[in-house]
Ligand binder design. Structure first.
Ligand code: NAD
Ligand code: UFG
Length: 337
């Protein structure tokens, strides 16, 4: 029995492949390497001491999907593949709908033809839109402010409809909060193209001297220190959450949305201080105006993940910073080195 991981070479995908191999699963990765490198999968295999099978394939390529489903006894698909840059999605929305939404529909159709009934989908806390945190799974979703977030909302709705129409189907919709950190080996981590959009990779690149200073987007939010608050979750904890979701998907049918977060809010300044402590490096910053579309605070109610999956995060913000620093300082050019 094997698990197909779409987007397996990506940041969260590669850390999840490692946790799946460590848990004894056979793993098949499918990735078009648009935003990743095959080197990530080599490191996964080295760290796990086990092989996985990797396909250079696009989720929109029906023939490629059919080949994979015919060559492996896939029981569950973990579906990470997608485009994820919020700003870019505003500029080229159709590419996001084509890749994320149409690609997911093609994948679901080919799963159906191949008799594969279980999918674990990478959704996002962004679907909660303008609700007040802590976010609970039964809050209304869909008041999303950008095309990227809307693709997540639409794919969730497609999966709910598909489950309503086919009682054999199982879909776990994992709503991630803010994944950061890296495998504790320092061999794997986040490898963004160009200048990072997200806070942690930006801080890490300032720390190694690739960027000169951090810009903090606003210190006038209604939060304890005025800077934005987020629920940062270690990517290796997230990988463990997927292993638990795979087991859940195999035992249950229907669509189930589940938050993966710690439940704790951390401000931008708190994360900067924690990173400075972990790395011993000073992070110069300046306060600039708020970034359009940002919300003051986002954090999970993690109760449902504990109840249904038995999932509780293990790693602290200090761990997240120490592991990011180990990866970034040892691999300043990511997987290119
Ligand atoms: P990533 O870009 O590192 O990984 C995505 C992978 O999918 C990449 O390896 C990319 O090459 C591949 N891919 C993209 N389009 C593809 C296609 N059409 N066919 C085959 N492969 C394709 O991103 P990530 O941070 O690992 O995110 C994984 C998933 O989790 C994404 O769906 C993302 O939207 C979602 N998510 C991420 C975050 C976050 O902050 N990182 C938060 C919430 C949800
Ligand atoms: N921030 C800065 N400076 C930066 C980058 C970010 O001050 O250079 C601040 C933001 O204003 C925010 C916090 O740091 O307050 C976190 O910002 P990120 O860009 O790291 O993360 P977001 O919460 O904005 O968004 C991320 C993903 C989305 C996803 C969302 C919820 O980018 O795709 O988490 O999962 F939808």
């Amino acid at each position: 029995m094997a698990i197909l991981v779409t987007g397996g070479a990506g940041y969260i995908g590669s850390h999840t492949c490692l946790e799946l191999l460590r848990s004894g699963y056979d793993v098949v990765s499918l990735d078009n390497y648009y935003n990743s490198s095959p080197e990530a999968l080599k490191r996964v295999m080295k760290l796990a001491g086990k092989e996985l099978t990797a396909y250079d394939c696009d989720i929109r390529d029906r023939g490629g999907l059919q080949k994979i489903f015919s060559e492996h006894a896939i029981e569950v698909v973990i579906h990470f593949a997608g485009l994820k840059a919020v700003g870019e999605s505003v500029r080229i929305p159709l590419a996001y709908y084509e890749n994320n939404v149409a690609g997911s529909v093609t994948l679901l159709q080919e799963m159906e033809k191949a008799g594969v009934h279980c999918i674990v989908f990478s959704s996002s806390a962004t679907v909660y839109g303008d609700n007040d945190p802590p976010y609970v799974e039964d809050m209304p979703t869909g008041a999303v402010t950008n095309p990227y977030g809307r693709t997540k909302y639409i794919i969730e709705e497609i999966l709910k409809d598909a489950c309503a129409a086919n009682e054999a189907l199982s879909a776990v919709l994992l709503r991630y909060f803010n994944p950061i950190g890296a495998d504790s080996s320092g061999q794997m981590g986040e490898n963004p193209n160009g200048i990072p959009n997200n806070l942690m990779p930006y801080i890490a690149q300032v720390a190694v001297g690739k960027l000169s200073e951090l810009q903090i987007f606003g210190d006038d939010y209604p939060t304890p220190d005025g800077t934005g608050v987020r629920d940062y979750i270690h990517v290796s904890d997230l990988g463990v959450g997927h292993v638990k979701a795979v087991a859940y998907a195999m035992e249950h049918t229907g669509a189930q949305a589940i938050n993966l977060g710690t439940g704790k809010g951390v401000s931008v300044l708190e994360l900067v201080r924690a990173f400075e402590k972990a790395s011993g490096v000073n992070i110069p910053y300046k306060i600039v105006p708020r970034r359009a579309g940002d919300i003051p605070a986002s954090y999970a109610d993690p109760g449902k993940a504990k109840e249904l999956l038995g999932f509780v995060t293990q790693r602290t913000v200090d761990d997240m910073c120490a592991d990011t620093w180990k990866w970034q300082s040892g691999n300043p050019d990511g997987y290119k080195a």
